[in-house]
Ligand binder design. Structure first.
Ligand code: ZN
Length: 344
């Protein structure tokens, strides 16, 4: 397998004529794909120019993916949520304290309808897009004390009235406050259900749409696992909500052996279920001691057999509070790394 796709995420998308210059810069940095990081505000307010920018990117030779970035704070990302601003309810609840959290409960009818409308609007009108990118979907994590076994001492979500009702209807008893096996299965099933229904709706409109499902690169061992709802990679990998199995960026302070093991596990799941494989690189916030290391990591992923490499984000996050210390240098190093591995 060779690397056939290299890309970056892109936000702040407003004016097509400006975006065109940025797309050219991506091409000059050996990218052949771009992910539009679309906040709820973007989809609501800048919609006409999202349609046109996708057309421009496509015309210039980039594949285009649509990322419903930070939506409902169910997906990863910094942008605020219009849904949470405009709704007082439909939030995830802590299992231990019962308190509402600043994240939409994606099992509520209100949020599901809101999200389905958003993706159907994108699928219908952004005809130049090649697919969708599910960006680190997760249940909100009420932070408790660290537990090496990830045991029942940790608080979790969502135990809102709707989730409780759904659980009781499926299992025939009150939803426990402990993270039991049944609660874990319930959370996994429902976490995937909304993505699977979204996928069906997208493919009804655009059958060739490619769905990239990007989950957190967790340890996922016998002793330590996280409970975001998408940590059972087998379940995610075989789901219809995943044409390409993708795992998130890793901190440069982690040992390279961890980069290797996460990448091997990503490839194993992709191969097992006949899906594409994608690995993410950090190109914002942090940088390795020597920026050229990013080129080494591109090479490592390519040699291991990953098909798609993506980095967060365009220009190393230049101009944002999450810029890499030497953002533009990182961006250039990424471009060199991509150039060395991309099969044209
Ligand atoms: Zn809930």
């Amino acid at each position: 397998m060779a690397v056939t796709e290299t890309g970056v995420s892109y936000y702040g998308l407003s004016y097509v004529e400006h975006a065109r210059r940025d797309f050219q810069e991506m091409l000059d940095h050996n990218c052949n794909a771009v992910i539009f990081a679309l906040s709820e505000f973007d989809v609501d307010f800048w919609f006409p120019n999202i349609v046109r920018a996708a057309e421009a990117a496509k015309e210039m030779g980039l594949r285009v993916y649509l990322d419903t970035w930070g939506v409902g704070k169910w997906f990863g990302g910094e942008p605020p949520s219009l849904f949470l601003t405009n709704n007082v309810g439909n939030r995830q609840h802590s299992a231990f304290t019962g308190e509402a959290m600043p994240a939409a409960c994606f099992n509520t009818e209100a949020f599901r309808r809101y999200y389905f409308e958003m993706i159907e609007k994108l699928a219908t009108h952004v005809t130049a897009a090649d697919g969708f990118f599910w960006d680190e979907p997760h249940y909100a994590l009420p932070k408790s004390y660290a537990s090496i076994t990830g045991g029942a001492g940790d608080d979790w979500s969502c135990r809102c009235p709707i989730c409780q009702k759904l659980f009781e209807a499926e299992y025939g008893y009150e939803m426990p406050k402990q993270l039991t096996m049944e609660v874990k299965r319930f959370r996994h099933d429902h976490a995937l259900d909304i993505l699977e229904e979204s996928t069906r709706r997208i493919k009804r409109i655009r059958p060739n749409s490619k769905i990239v499902c990007c989950v957190h690169a967790t340890l996922g061992t016998y002793y330590v696992t996280e409970n975001r709802g998408y940590d059972n990679w087998d379940k995610v990998g075989r789901s219809i909500a995943c044409d390409v199995f993708s795992t998130t960026i890793l901190s440069y302070s982690l040992p390279r052996s961890f980069f290797k093991s996460i990448t091997q596990r990503t490839l194993d799941i992709a191969n097992k279920y006949g899906k594409g494989s994608q690995r993410w690189l950090m190109n914002y916030y942090q940088q390795p001691d020597n920026v050229a290391e990013i080129e080494e990591i591109c090479k490592l992923y390519a040699e291991m057999g990953v098909e798609s490499l993506f980095a967060w984000t365009y220009r190393g996050g230049y101009g944002t509070v999450l810029a890499a210390p030497n953002a533009l240098e990182m961006w250039d190093a990424l471009g060199r790394g991509y150039g060395a591995v991309l099969q044209r």
